[in-house]
Design a protein around this ligand. Structure first.
Ligand SMILES: [Zn+2]
Length: 169
């Protein structure tokens, strides 16, 4: 009995040290070496940064950031925080979450992998994505263009290791 318990404890310890908790959860859904197949979708991409111009905020009379448009106009604005509550970082995407729910992973040529964590007032429909950049200059440099992106199925990790571009058909 004691030997059995020791083996169990050892196995658990090994599993935890080998991959951490996230891997344990992922393994329930797919094998670690399984190839993740995405599909192509043509997207009109734009870019944004945390600035007031990109994210519709301004400073009020007291110098605090407030929304400059929409139904929260005049209400405090958490600058650089996404609609899902995290800090916006390179790889943060704003999408229409009716089509691409929070957590949807994309590959965008020229930008890299990205994950839907944000929304945007004019980001509507399944052919729109807004890509986060840390500075306004970089966002402006990206500009606006249509590109063929890859969208991955639900449960794909943010940085998939086995996700080759899909084959053309
Ligand atoms: Zn900006």
């Amino acid at each position: 009995m004691r030997a059995k318990l020791t083996i169990l404890a050892l196995a658990l310890l090994l599993a935890l040290t080998a991959g951490g908790c996230s891997l344990l959860f992922l393994e329930e859904e797919r094998e670690p070496d399984e190839i993740i197949r995405g599909r192509y979708v043509t997207i009109e991409t734009t870019a944004y940064c945390p600035c007031g111009q990109c994210c519709d905020w301004k400073l009020d009379a007291k110098g605090n950031p407030v929304h400059s448009k929409g139904r929260y106009r005049g209400k405090p604005k958490a600058v650089g925080i996404t609609a899902s509550g995290g800090k916006a970082t390179p790889g943060t995407l704003a999408a229409d979450t009716r089509h691409y729910p929070m957590g949807t992973v994309f590959y965008i040529p020229g930008y890299g992998y990205g994950c839907v964590e944000d929304r945007g007032g004019d980001i509507r429909g399944k052919s729109r994505l807004d890509l986060f950049f840390p500075t306004h200059k970089e966002a402006q440099k990206w500009g606006r263009h249509r590109i063929k992106c890859v969208v991955f199925p639900k449960g794909t990790p943010k940085m998939p290791k086995n996700a080759p571009p899909p084959t053309e058909d």
